[in-house]
Design a protein around this ligand. Structure first.
Ligand SMILES: Nc1ncnc2c1ncn2[C@@H]1O[C@H](COP(=O)(O)OP(=O)(O)O)[C@@H](O)[C@H]1O
Ligand SMILES: [Mg+2]
Length: 359
């Protein structure tokens, strides 16, 4: 007597009990099952996941295997996941990669790092733009030393971003003084950012770095949704509370199907310039551990360093690479290279087109 063979319907019924990690719905309702193949008691289930869901693959594999294991006659189950390509960056045809820099809270060094990434990428030979979308505190003009510059308009209605060190920069701060910008509401902020993206004469860029407002509220959310992003870099400091905020920010991006390109731990440690002693002022290594736990890349750690603060206040971003102690410069350069490597890896997954190369 043979046991009843497993049927597709039985498998579908069981799959209805598999909740997709990171959501509250089952995989059938979410319509992420691409194929169910059955051959001689062996089932092969193939999922197609949105771009931000890559970290959840393992969890999905094991919960699917567990849900299907008792179907009579089913000898084995294999589960495969493919990740859907991210949204095309069609609204910015000349721009290859748009990278958001976000943080769970303010004051962690998000704008400083956005500027470091822009300058660092430029130094590697990439064509770079920097968009300050932080309506709460547009600090990029100050950090980049561009406070007295303004964008210009042309007869075609295009906005030309002012340029420094070959980097094209657009900021709310050029349009309204930073202390006024804070009263803006979401739709207004979104409208301006859209204008900067759509009407900005960015030209051909390899990277557009976007300094997003901090937190997981309405404004960062709508902005992250309205910008065609390659992915996001999340900045945090090592304290527990900052990490919790960072995890919230990571989850927000994942829900929006934005790829996480990596976490940066800022103000990670302090190296005394006099005696060389290292102090972990806010503790250290928390971000790296969080990155491991959440299965997202860790791009590196940046020390708490007076020169970084002075260069930020003084609008001398290039000096972070040219006039700091070697351990600071090395930390910054290694993060920039790690970011390029992540973008390269993502591009390789998506298309066989020529990849970015560090010269
Ligand atoms: N690694 C660092 N070492 C020293 N000062 C830093 C560092 N990162 C940021 N800062 C300083 O901390 C303050 C807040 O940084 P900022 O980039 O404006 O944060 P956010 O954009 O997250 O609000 C600035 O004065 C900046 O110069
Ligand atoms: Mg800022």
């Amino acid at each position: 007597m043979s046991l009843p063979g497993p049927t597709r319907d039985a498998i579908v019924e069981r799959l209805r009990t598999v909740i997709a990690p990171g959501s509250d719905k089952d995989v059938i309702t979410l319509n992420i099952v691409r194929q169910i193949a059955l051959d001689d008691g062996v089932a092969r289930i193939e999922f197609e996941l949105p771009p931000g869901a890559a970290p959840f693959q393992e969890q999905l594999r094991s919960s699917t295997a567990a849900a299907l294991q008792h179907i009579p006659g089913l000898r084995s189950v294999s589960v495969e996941c493919t990740i859907r390509a991210n949204r095309a960056t069609t609204s910015m045809p000349g721009v290859r990669h748009v990278i958001a820099v976000g943080a769970g809270k303010g004051g962690v060094g998000k704008s400083t790092i956005a500027a470091v990434l822009a300058v660092g990428l430029q130094r590697l030979g990439f064509r770079v733009g920097l968009l300050d979308a932080d309506v709460y505190g547009p600090s990029i003009p100050k950090i980049m030393g561009m406070e007295d510059m303004t964008p210009t308009g042309d007869e075609h209605g295009r906005i030309h971003p002012p340029e420094i060190e070959g980097i094209r920069v657009m900021s709310m701060g050029f349009i309204v003084p930073p202390d006024e910008a804070i009263v803006w509401r979401g739709p207004m902020a979104q409208k301006y950012v859209k204008e900067f993206l759509d009407r900005g004469a960015w030209g051909e860029l390899d990277f557009l770095i976007v300094d997003l407002p901090p937190g997981t509220g309405d404004i960062p959310l709508t902005l992250a949704q309205s910008i065609p992003l390659t992915g996001a870099v999340v900045v945090c400091t090592p304290q527990d509370v900052a990490l919790l905020d960072a995890v919230k920010a990571l989850r927000m991006y994942q829900k929006l199907a934005v790829d996480i390109l990596g976490i940066v731990e800022n103000m990670s440690y302090y190296l005394c310039p006099h005696c060389g002693h290292r102090d972990d002022v806010f503790s250290t290594g928390g971000a790296e551990k969080a990155a491991r736990d959440l299965a997202v890349p860790f791009l590196g750690a940046i020390p708490l360093n007076v020169a970084i603060r002075v260069n930020g206040d003084g609008g001398a971003p290039l000096s972070n690479f040219t006039r700091t102690e070697p351990f600071v410069r090395d930390a910054l350069e290694s993060i920039v290279k790690a970011l390029v490597a992540q973008v390269e890896a993502k591009s390789a997954q998506r298309s066989p087109l020529p990849q970015l190369r560090i010269s």
